[in-house]
Design a protein around this ligand. Structure first.
Ligand code: XMP
Length: 515
C-alpha cells in the first residue's frame, strides 16, 4: 500500500518506537523490525532508508547484536543512532572505546553545517547523550561532522556511501533540533517525498472489517480509553449489533469514570452495540490487600482483569472474533522484547488464551496514538473522548504508592477530580500542551495543623507533563496561582490530605506514572 517506506532495525533501545514515530511525522511510512531481519526480507520490504536504533549493549561483547555487513552494500541510505553509530564504526573498522564514565544528559555539540543532516541546524546545538562507549576513530571514507567537549565523534558520515551516524539521540525531544536532523535524513538523504496520509484509514478499515467478519460474532474488551474506544466504534460501524463490548470496572478508575463510559457506550449512548458493565471493585481490593511492590500490583490487577473478563466471556459463549485495541507501540514492545523492562504494561492485550474465539482483530495495530486520535475524529467520535488523556490499565492502582485500599482510592479520586476541574476552569488543558495530568497519593504522611489541631495525613502529588509521544516528557509549568487554588481545594475538601506536592521531573529520568 505504501510506496515509500523506512525500516528501523531495533537493537534493543528504549526509544525505538520514538524513532519510527518521528519518521511518520515526516509523512513517511515506517516499520520497526528486529536487527537480524534477514537480508532477503529487507530487500522485499524495499526501504528507502534504514535506521539502526540505540541499544543497551557494547559492541565488544560476544553476543552483542550487530547488523549484517551486507546492508552496507545494498545502496540504501543508513543512519545509525547511539549504539547503531558504534556498530557502524566497529563493523567498518573504525575504533570504539569504553569511556571511564557514562555521558548522560543534554550536551552542546559543534555541528558541521556542510553535512546533509546538519544543514538547517544551529552550529552549536543541544542534543541528548546516553552512552558509555564512543567512537574514537572513524572508519576509512568517513568524516567527523559533529564533536562535543567529551565526545570526539558526536556524528560522522560517509556521504558518498550515504552512511550517517549520530552518537546522540535525535529522536528525543531534549535534542532540540533532532526533528530537523531526522527529516533531513528521511527527506533529503533518502529522497522520500513525504506523502503518506491517514485520511482514508477509517473508511477502508470499516469496509475490510465488513468483508472479513460477515455475520460473525465479535467480542471487545472496552476500557473507555482512546484505543479500545476507537477500535469498538470501528467495529460497531462495520457490524453493529454483532459486536458485544465488556467493560470491567476494577474500582481503580477516575471519579465517575465508570458511569461516563456507560453513558457513551451503554444502551442510551449513540453507538449501536451490546454493552456489558461488570462492577468488580471488591474483588480487586481484596487481591491487592497488603501488596506494596509496584510490579506485583501491576501483575495482580492484570491477572484479575483477565479472570473477570473470562467469566463474562463464558456467559456470552463462543465468538468468532476478539477485538483488541492494540496499537503500534504495543506491537513493537511485545514483538521485539529486547529492551530492559521498565514496567510490565497492563492493557487488554492478554486476553486471547481465555476466550473461545477463532481470530483476533486488531484494526489499529499499525497506528501510533495520535494517528488513532485522527481516526477517532474521522469516525465522528466526540472530541472530549478522542482527546481524553491516556489512563493506564492498572488505573489508580499505580497512582497510589504502596498498598491500595478503598479509602486511598477515594482520596486520590477526589483530589484528581479537583485537579482536573481546576485545570479545565483555567483553560490550561487547551493552552498548554498537556499530555497527561493527574493526582497521585504519595503514601507519605506528615504533620500538619488544621484549626487548632495537629494532623498526620497524606501528601498528594500533582503530576502534569507535556508530551505527545509519552516516551519522553517534560514537566508542565502550570501557573502558580492555579496550583495554589488546586492545593487549597484539595487540602480543604479531601479528608485525609494535609499537604500537596508538585512533581517537577521530566521523563527520562522519571516516568510519567509513579509505579
Ligand atoms: P510511564 O509511566 O511508563 O507511562 O512513563 C507512559 C505512558 O503509558 C501509560 N501507562 C500504561 N498504559 N497500561 C497502559 O495501557 C499500563 O500498564 C500502563 N502503565 C503506564 C501512562 O499512563 C503513560 O501515558
Amino acid at each position: 500500500m505504501q510506496n515509500e517506506k523506512v525500516l528501523v532495525l531495533d537493537f534493543g533501545g528504549q526509544y525505538n518506537q520514538l524513532i519510527a514515530r518521528r519518521v511518520r511525522e515526516c509523512n513517511v511510512y515506517c516499520e520497526v523490525h528486529p536487527y537480524n531481519m534477514p537480508i532477503e526480507k529487507i530487500k522485499e520490504f524495499n526501504p528507502k532508508g534504514i535506521i539502526f536504533t540505540g541499544g543497551p549493549n557494547s559492541v565488544f561483547l560476544k553476543d552483542s547484536p550487530l547488523p549484517d555487513k551486507e546492508l552496507f552494500n545494498l545502496n540504501i541510505p543508513i543512519l545509525g543512532i547511539c549504539y547503531g553509530c558504534q556498530a557502524i564504526a566497529y563493523l567498518l573498522k573504525g575504533e570504539v572505546k569504553t569511556a571511564p564514565s557514562s555521558e548522560y544528559g543534554k550536551i552542546i555539540i559543534d555541528a558541521d553545517n556542510n553535512s546533509n543532516l546538519f544543514k538547517n541546524v544551529n552550529k552549536k546545538t543541544t542534543v541528548w547523550m546516553s552512552h558509555t562507549d564512543y567512537v574514537s576513530k572513524v572508519p576509512n571514507g568517513f568524516k567527523i561532522t559533529a564533536t562535543s567537549n567529551n565526545c570526539p565523534v558526536a556524528a560522522m558520515e560517509n556521504e558518498e556511501k550515504n552512511i550517517y551516524a549520530l552518537q546522540f539521540h535525535p529522536e528525543v525531544m531534549h535534542t532540540e533540533e533532532g526533528m530537523k536532523m531526522l527529516s533531513a535524513f528521511v527527506l533529503d538523504v533518502c529522497g522520500c517525498k513525504g506523502d503518506w496520509k491517514m485520511d482514508s484509514f477509517a473508511k477502508t478499515t470499516i469496509e475490510s472489517l465488513k468483508e472479513k467478519i460477515k455475520d460473525g460474532k465479535v467480542l471487545c474488551a472496552l476500557s473507555g480509553g482512546v484505543d479500545s474506544s476507537v477500535a469498538a466504534v470501528l467495529l460497531s460501524k462495520a457490524v453493529g449489533k454483532q459486536l458485544t463490548c465488556v467493560f470491567v470496572d476494577h474500582g481503580l478508575l477516575r471519579k465517575d469514570e465508570g458511569d461516563e463510559v456507560e453513558a457513551v457506550f451503554g444502551p442510551n449512548g449513540p453507538y449501536n452495540l451490546n454493552f456489558i458493565r461488570v462492577n468488580a471493585q471488591e474483588r480487586f481490593y481484596k487481591k491487592l490487600k497488603g501488596v506494596t511492590d509496584p510490579e506485583a500490583k501491576r501483575k495482580i490487577i492484570g491477572a484479575e482483569f483477565i479472570r473477570v473478563f473470562e467469566e463474562e466471556a463464558k456467559k456470552i459463549g463462543a465468538v468468532d472474533y476478539l477485538v483488541q485495541g492494540t496499537i503500534y507501540p504495543d506491537v513493537i514492545e511485545s514483538g521485539l522484547g529486547k529492551s530492559a523492562t521498565i514496567k510490565s504494561h497492563h492493557n487488554v492485550g492478554g486476553l486471547p488464551s481465555v476466550v473461545n474465539f477463532k481470530e483476533i482483530v486488531e484494526p489499529l495495530r499499525l497506528l501510533f496514538k495520535d494517528e488513532v486520535r485522527k481516526v477517532g475524529l474521522e469516525l465522528g467520535i466526540p472530541d472530549y473522548l478522542v482527546y481524553r488523556q491516556p489512563f493506564p490499565g492498572p488505573g489508580l492502582g499505580i497512582r497510589i504508592i504502596g498498598e491500595v485500599t478503598e479509602e486511598k482510592v477515594k482520596i486520590v479520586q477526589e483530589a484528581d477530580a479537583i485537579y482536573r476541574e481546576e485545570i479545565k476552569k483555567a483553560g490550561i488543558d487547551k493552552s498548554c500542551n498537556l499530555g497527561q495530568y493527574f493526582a497521585a497519593l504519595t503514601n507519605m504522611q506528615s504533620v500538619g495543623v488544621m484549626g487548632d489541631f495537629r494532623t498526620y495525613d497524606y501528601a498528594i502529588a500533582l503530576r502534569a507533563v507535556e508530551t505527545s509521544d509519552f516516551m519522553t516528557a517534560d514537566w508542565a509549568r502550570i501557573p502558580y496561582d492555579v496550583i495554589d487554588i488546586i492545593s487549597r481545594r484539595i487540602v480543604n475538601e479531601v479528608k485525609g490530605v494535609n499537604r500537596v506536592l508538585l512533581d517537577c521531573t521530566s521523563k527520562p529520568p522519571a516516568t510519567i506514572e509513579f509505579e
